[in-house]
Ligand binder design. Sequence first.
Ligand SMILES: [Zn+2]
Ligand SMILES: [Zn+2]
Length: 463
Amino acid sequence: MKITFCGAAETTTGSQHLIDINGSRILLDCGLYQGRRDEANERNRHFLFDPASIDTVILSHAHIDHSGNLPSLTSRGFKGSIYSTFATRDLCQIMLADAARIQAQDVKWLNKHRAKEGKPDLEPLYTEMEAEECVRQFVTIGYERSIPVADGVTLTFIDAGHILGAAQVVLDLNEKGRKRRLLFSGDVGRGNNELLRDPAVPEDVDYLIMESTYGNREHELPTQANHLLRDILVRALERKGKVIIPSFAVERTQQLIYVLHRLSEAGEIPNVPIYVDSPLAVGATEIFRLHPECFNDEVYNFLFEKRDPFGFENLSLIRKVTDSKALNDLHEPAIIISASGMCEAGRVLHHLRNNIEDPRNTVLFVGYCAEHTLGAKIRRGDAEVPILGDRFSVRAKIEILDSFSGHADRSELLHYFDTMTGPKERVFLVHGEKESAHALCETLRERHNGQIEVPAWRSSVEV
Ligand SMILES: [Zn+2]
Ligand SMILES: [Zn+2]
């Protein structure tokens, strides 16, 4: 068997690992590489293999850095099946279409600059229609249901506890009678998630491809998130202002809705209107309602007692632009959750424009913001920031709550590694920037005898 690391090797995005076994080619994930525009454009347009030569794709979860280049693969000749869980398929339906719209905007921007240099126009990476066509190649299976996917290869998805539908990929391999188990961790959650079950403990692992996003960092305890959120909101609403929460549309927003539901039911936060203003977030929330099979016991029971964990009296989900604009005229205290989480695009920009200069208001960050994004500038305390072409003074109070992370931190990754059973003969650390992947590699080498490495991008190994 040969494994080739075609993406998310010594970096976090563009997850793609190619397995050649018994004459079949299996691609684990087909993620979009996200980075500087030119480089991303180059990498995403050119696969390291011929898409038509791939027999099967196995998708760990719907995040764009894992699924976002699937429409390029299918439109460039891949005809096989894409295996995923039910929820992953449903989320991909809306997330890939959204990604196509973002590609179209990006290409418009690129072409403006290319025109100045006399270069020809680029086509978008893929269209919304190609994204929709790609989803027709999905074959869905539930957690813990094994299915043969190629000659001598059986696939089982187990819980990853990362986002709705996220899975660890267990591959049972039989190469000329030699049986081994390969585990691809996908992205591993922290455990104690508000909505999801804890990551399952994998057994009898021979070969491991494991994420290392936070291989050198610890988070706050997940169990503190609800109390910290309550304290921040109580403080903020005492000033009679609005609370703007830039949030990722999928998972983080639903986590927030559920926690706000519990807090408002328990009377722990003031009774103010709460708005979710993002078409993608509203679409994703509807998909969450359809997948109780992904929830932990608490949410599952809540679902059958109260009917809807993602709906309550003072919550409004907003799709229409006119309803979104109406929020500008709102003068009472309110909580507005809007995407994008890093404040790079989306309706949150309008809410920031309208509210960031009023000292009664609060902007609350509940997730990571990549360097150079508007979110990062506000988070780090810039006194003045550019929003949609104009400069604004930051007079609103800025609050940060980082305990909602979807990724295991260093100790949680070590616990994950230690509890899984099997010889773990070969370990490949992927999906981490160089520093964190190598830091985790050093730590694992001190406690485990197997061969542990951080594979380079484009490198192959025979095992
Ligand atoms: Zn992810
Ligand atoms: Zn990821």
